[in-house]
Structures are given as C-alpha cells and as structure tokens.
Design a protein. Structure first.
Ligand code: IMP
Length: 472
C-alpha cells in the first residue's frame, strides 16, 4: 500500500458524502487509477453504467489489474471497502463468474462486493446480435466490443430484458429467458446461418447451448445462467437501499463512471456510442441516486485524445505520428486489445463534454507527452462541410466552431486549428503540490486548458502508479 496524502480526500475537501468520477472523452482517459485512489477515502464505490465493455486498469505496487465489470475499488476489498455493481449496469453471468475466479486465483478477496438485483443480464443471444449487427453493417459498423452491451440495453428498454433477480428464482428465470429469446429469434430469422454461426463461435460456453441449425437451446442457457451465478448469488441485493442506508449512516459514496461522455447514448457522437448514459446524470441514476446527490464530480481529461472503435475523431493522428503516441501512451484497448486511435487534445469537444461532466479536472498522462518537441492542442475548428440546419441555427461552410456539436455529419467536416506548446520534459512527483513546481511548459499547457474551457485542473497524473499523482 502506497502512502496516499490526505489532499486526495475530495470528500473532506468538498464537504460532501458523494463524489463522482466521469471521463469527458471516449473512455480510456485513466479513470480507473483515480477511482482506485479516491476509493481510499470512500466507504463504498458504485459502478452505475456499462458492463464488461469497460476496462479499468489499476497499477498497484507494480502489479497491473484490469477490471471489466467489477468496480475498481475491488482491489481495496481487504481494507473493508464495499464495491457495488449498480442497477444501471448490464451483467454477463459467465464473465462475472470469470472475473471473480481470477480474483480468487490472485488471492484477492471480494467480501464487500454487491450486485444490484435490478441490473439487467447480458444473454448469449445479445452477444450474437451485437456481432451479427456489426457484421451486417459492414463499413458502417460501430466497432463495438462485441460483448452484447447494446442488445442487452435495448432489451431492457423494449421491456423484454432479464433482471439479475431472476437468477434467484429458476421458474421466473425460465420464463423471462424464453421471452427474451423469442424476441431475439425474430431478428435471427432473417440472418444467414453462416453469419450467425460465426457470431456465436467465441461466446463463452456457446458450443453447449447453441444448436447447429442456428438456434439456442433456452433450457441449456437457463441452466448455464444458474450455474454461473452460483459464485455470486449471495452478493445480489437491493443496492439502491444499501447505498441509501450507508449515506444515512454518514458513509462516503464514490461513483465510478464507465466509458466517457462522448460515448454516451444520450450526449455522445451518436450512433457511434455505447448504450448507456456515461454522463454524471446517467452515472447517478444507474447508481440508485439522484444527480443532485452528487456533491462533487471530477472529470478525467487526458493530455491527448484517443478512441477505440469507429466514429468521428477530428484531431486523429495517422501513420508514424500515431504509432509513436500509441506506443508511448500504451494505447491498446484493455478489453479487446485493439490498438486505440490517438490524436491531440480537442478543446471544442471538451467544451461540449463538460456540460455533461464537471469543470473540475484530473489531467492524466501528462508524462506521455513530456519528451515531445511540440505538443498540439486543438483550440477550434473550421467547418468545411455543406450548410446544415442544426436545431434553430444554420451552420455555414467556413464557420468557426468553438464548442463542438457531437454529430458525426458535422465532426467529419471539421478542420482542427491548433496551438502549439513545447514538451515539458520530466515531471517531478513526490513533494510537488502546486502548479508553480511544475515545468514551465506544463504550467502553460494547464493554465491554457483551464482558461479555454473555464475549468480547474485539481489533480495531475504523471504515471500509472498511485504515487504518480499530484494534487494542485
Ligand atoms: P459497446 O459498448 O461494446 O456497444 O461499443 C460501443 C462503442 O463504445 C465502441 O466504439 C467501443 O469501442 C466503445 N467502448 C465501449 N466500452 C469502452 C471502454 O471502456 N473504453 C473505450 N471505448 C469503449
């Protein structure tokens, strides 16, 4: 356990029992590290959105842990912390069981883990649907993680989802699983069998419950779900009530966002988004709280940009430049291993994203750009596309854009305009506690972002370990 200084105690600093952490970008900004750090001061950490599409990387005493469904605070279970998978998440019982097995193999406990009885299940046909849709979409694909996230959320909204609580009542489970499958087959009917077969090929346990003619066996899937839930069934509870009870007892609650605002189903670059609301609102709701319960929120902002999957990315770098940054920043998907697309920090998108996040920033991966001769920041765009109506205004070709509209059909025609900074060289850690102790070029970079976005950088991450963090 590292020595964490009390100036990371944002609960005390902001005098609030509820702190939220969200990513302002396309995910992968280094949220896991901050959640792990802040979890030191929380009694309970709640994941409110997403599922195993997330990949939260935590480096602890030189050991790297990557969690997907599990809250990042699980590495602090032995300290008596409670970790909750909230009502707004989607859970694949097979993967959940697998992550717990991995913890056990590493000698890590999960006594404080609880899963919402109201969360939705990701079923094998959701995964198949996700992959079939991507295959059929061809070049128009979204580039999903292929974990069935979209179809599971869609089933929830279509009122044909299966809730976690059904796992505890086999007769109810049989009914809801059968109904869910009936809905899915309506779609599968029109899919060529070879595409369906390919889609189910890598699904956990698929051989046993997928029948050759292109149909799943509902009975086998139901049995499989029950078997996979044996390890965690005692964790299933009313987590909304638990969070409320802990708040009433004066406990501190940390909300862990997943993905990022620009991937939010509601405010991201739709349709190139995930299927949950990754904003503060979505996070609070999925954690069983109200947005106004969140007393303090931190936006995780990376010193440059990255994106996994398809969709607009105005400041994207290509070729050798991209390769360099990708390797320096180790930008490879924690869930899928896919190389992440990388680019420069994009202030028009950031100015938009903070509306759904917070203006208090934790700036991450500043160390990655330390040795760069020139670091660029996109200050605004020039719009080069056709004239378009956007709500009640007309966007004209050649117009300057300071705050991005999150629409692919606009972003793909935006030409980024940059301001250049010098690389700042090595960043001292340890005793550094104010901006004035930082290399002048980095100070300039930070102050520029703060002034341009109307935000304040309160925390700075200069490496993957807990200790590589500076409170400013
Ligand atoms: P889905 O969430 O698997 O449906 O994927 C939808 C989009 O969100 C794709 O572009 C994914 O690459 C992206 N995505 C989902 N989860 C994450 C994440 O944790 N980090 C970064 N991108 C993600």
């Amino acid at each position: 356990m590292g020595t964490i200084r009390s100036d990371f105690d944002l609960f005390r600093k902001a005098n609030t029992p509820v702190v939220a952490v969200v990513d302002t970008n396309f995910g992968d900004n280094g949220k896991g590290k901050f959640v792990d750090l802040l979890a030191e001061f929380a009694d309970v950490t709640v994941r409110g959105t997403g599922g195993e599409n997330a990949g939260h990387t935590i480096v602890h005493d030189g050991v790297t842990h990557v969690f997907h469904l599990l809250p990042s605070s699980i590495s602090r279970d032995a300290e008596g912390k409670v970790s909750i998978i909230g009502r707004g998440t989607v859970i694949n019982p097979g993967s959940f069981d697998g992550e717990l097995q991995l913890l056990e193999e590493r000698g890590m406990s999960w006594n404080g883990l609880r899963a919402s009885q109201d969360a939705q299940l990701v079923l094998p046909w959701h995964i198949a649907l996700d992959r079939v849709r991507e295959t059929l979409a061809g070049s128009g694909k979204i580039g999903t993680t292929g974990k069935g996230i979209g179809p599971a959320y869609a089933a929830h909204r279509a009122r044909v989802g299966v809730r976690v609580n059904d796992l505890l009542n086999p007769d109810l489970l049989r009914e809801s699983v059968a109904q869910s499958y009936r809905e899915a087959t309506a779609y599968f009917d029109g899919v060529p069998p070879y595409i369906l077969r390919e889609a189910v090929r890598k699904i956990d346990g698929a051989e046993s419950f997928y029948r050759a003619k292109g149909f799943f066996s509902v009975a086998t899937v139901t049995e499989w779900l029950i078997e996979k839930s044996l390890r965690f069934r005692d964790c299933i509870t009313d987590t909304d009530a638990l969070v409320q009870k802990m708040l009433n007892e004066g406990k501190r609650v940390l909300l862990e966002g997943a993905q990022g605002v620009l991937l939010s189903i509601d405010c991201g670059t739709y349709p190139f988004v995930t299927s949950s609301d990754c904003s503060i609102n979505g996070l609070a709701q999925g954690s069983g709280l109200r947005t106004e319960d969140v007393g303090y929120a931190v936006s995780i902002v990376k010193a440059y940009a990255s994106r996994v999957g398809e969709g607009p990315f105005p400041t994207e770098l290509r070729g050798e430049e991209a390769e360099n940054l990708r390797h320096l920043g180790n930008e490879f998907g924690a869930t899928t291993g896919r190389p992440r697309r990388v680019g420069w920090l994009d202030l028009p998108l950031l100015r938009y994203a903070v509306r759904h996040a917070s203006r208090t920033f934790a700036l991450t991966k500043a160390d990655v750009l330390a040795e760069y001769g020139i670091v660029k920041v996109c200050t605004h765009y020039l719009y080069r596309g056709p004239d378009r109506r956007v709500g009640d205004r007309l966007l004209r070709r050649g117009e300057r854009i300071d705050i991005a509209d999150p629409y692919p059909w606009i972003l793909e025609h935006c030409e980024p305009q940059y301001r250049e900074f010098k690389g700042w060289g090595p960043i001292p850690t340890g005793a550094t506690r104010s901006k004035k102790c930082l290399p002048p070029a980095l100070q300039e970079f930070i102050v520029f972002i703060e002034e341009e976005v109307g935000a304040r950088v309160e925390l700075l991450s200069v490496g993957p370990d807990r200790e590589d963090t500076i409170a400013l």
